[in-house]
Design a protein around this ligand. Structure first.
Ligand code: ATP
Ligand code: MN
Length: 463
């Protein structure tokens, strides 16, 4: 029978109730008075279950030696009120057995307080630590909250393809997918004949499900995708992964400000849900990772986001008196240092920037009448910078086609996307949220590699 989980025992159990629990040993201490304390964790919550094993438990002397950090155990026992500090109850063992040993000479997680860089090298064991265990639970809560947010508003969850032949803004950042025999081709001097590849043409891993989501938004209505996304950007930053999870809602009949309203309530709902559902894990992050975490999250939950145009932000940055590594000038993309200055130093709360120069944004964003800007929006949050990027989409056939040409692409490659503007076109909007950046925001973890189970970054794909 599956055991009762520790989270449920700690929450609900009363003195004199009997349970069988199973989990992994965090620590064991032997008292000189002939009994042992075991801290057992089964991943269901941050807290351990304290287990008292008296010397008269059958087989005590033999079994207790094998109760070492990392070993797996089955324990039967009775709940007692705990006289010790730090826990309400403890389990007084009546039977104890080791399911799997963990040799203390070899188990790498003996001591506490390993560096995150080291833990990445043992990604198969790191979820057994307090911090990565807590990240896993928060990531789960956020994922569930994302689905709830959209489901409760009648959005359809759609699954867009992972393999795609269209290169949505991804120039040079895409992983190619091929079944061609590359070593053999490398020895031939001839040009590659893509018609002999699996799909009869070049194909890549998706950088975004947006274009396909637009197809569904303009037929079934409000919808969202939530899936893996791939970018071969060779940037070793603390907020970029080569494989990450993106949530992309797409809404017909939404204009830019409607889109921003939705993005704002989306982020505030996720933060608010995390505060309510993961209080122990967030307290842990507040104590161990970032002492301003709970203030930041409360602030996000309780106050409106600041909204200003890209042009206003450029003026503000130029007149701020702040020294930046990269200069700010109208028409250039803002760097992370600029975004963080706005949200961390100047406004000290989330900031939405909109109406960006059209020259730095992709072809599908709706052109404004000024001829220089498009209806793009980015949501910036403290410590991360950009967490959401979105836009109102160009719904006018002629403008879209000339924008595709202006961006140096061939409209024929986008024939089906263009068709959406030929047959019953409507104004529509959407955005993309990087799940990992959201988990970073909620946990305070400094590096994005700590908030995904098995990070893929340049040179790293083990596990
Ligand atoms: P950045 O400027 O930070 O590289 P971007 O503008 O290229 O991001 P978008 O194309 O707007 O990103 O993607 C939407 C969202 O996806 C971003 O706001 C971010 O939350 C997330 N995201 C983008 N690239 C990555 C990445 N390499 N790793 C993790 N999350 C990412
Ligand atoms: Mn962006």
């Amino acid at each position: 029978m599956p055991p009762i989980r520790v989270a449920s025992i700690l929450k609900n159990a009363c003195p004199d109730e009997c349970f069988t629990v199973k989990g992994w040993v965090r620590t064991r201490r032997d008292s000189r008075r002939g009994f042992s304390f075991i801290e057992l964790n089964d991943g269901s919550c941050l807290k351990n279950l304290q287990i008292i094993v008296d010397a008269d438990v059958p087989g005590y002397a033999d079994v207790i030696r094998r109760v070492t950090t990392g070993a797996s155990l089955e324990v039967e026992g009775v709940i007692r009120e705990s006289p010790g500090r730090g826990q309400r109850i403890e389990l007084q063992a009546t039977a104890l057995s080791v399911i799997g040993d963990a040799d203390p000479a070899e188990y790498p997680l003996q001591k506490k307080g390993h560096r995150f860089e080291f833990l990445r090298e043992i990604a198969h064991l790191r979820p057994r630590t307090n911090s990565i265990g807590a990240v896993s639970r928060v990531r789960n809560a956020i994922s569930a909250s994302i689905h709830r947010f959209f489901q409760s508003r009648g959005f359809l969850y759609i699954h867009t393809p992972i393999i795609t032949a269209s290169d949505c803004e991804g120039a040079g950042e895409q992983f190619q997918v091929t079944t061609l025999d590359l070593p053999r081709l490398a020895q031939q001097t001839t040009q590659i004949d893509w018609s002999r590849d699996f799909f009869g043409r070049p194909a890549w891993l998706t950088v975004s499900g947006q274009l396909e989501a637009e197809v569904y938004a303009t037929s079934v209505g409000d919808c969202y995708t939530f899936g893996p996304t791939f970018r071969a950007e060779n940037s070793n930053t603390a907020r970029h992964l080569a494989e990450f999870w993106m949530v992309e809602p797409e809404m017909p009949f939404y204009e830019l400000q409607d889109n921003i309203d939705l993005a704002e309530s989306f982020i505030r709902t996720i933060v608010s849900d995390a505060l309510e559902q993961c209080p122990d894990d967030l307290d842990f992050f507040q104590q161990r990772i970032d002492s301003s975490l709970l203030d930041t999250l409360e602030q996000i939950r309780s106050s409106d986001f600041v909204r200003l145009t890209y042009t206003e932000a450029v003026d503000l940055l130029q007149n701020s008196g702040q020294e930046f590594e990269y200069p700010v000038s109208w028409g250039r993309d803002l760097q992370s240092e600029h975004e963080r200055f706005l949200t961390e130093t100047h406004f000290r709360q989330p900031v939405v920037l909109y109406d960006y120069p059209r020259s730095i944004k992709p072809f599908y964003m709706r052109c404004n009448d000024d001829g220089r800007t498009v209806r793009a929006m980015d949501v910036l949050v403290p410590r991360i910078g950009e967490i959401i990027g979105g836009s109102q989409r160009e719904e006018r056939l002629d403008v879209l086609v000339s924008r595709i040409e202006e961006c140096g692409m061939n409209p024929e490659d986008y024939w089906w996307y263009i068709d959406l503007r030929r047959f019953g076109t409507v104004p529509h909007s959407g955005f993309g949220l990087g799940l990992e950046r959201m988990v970073q925001l909620v946990t305070g973890m400094a590096n994005i590699r700590e908030v995904i189970p098995f990070p893929r970054t340049p040179g790293h794909a083990e596990f």
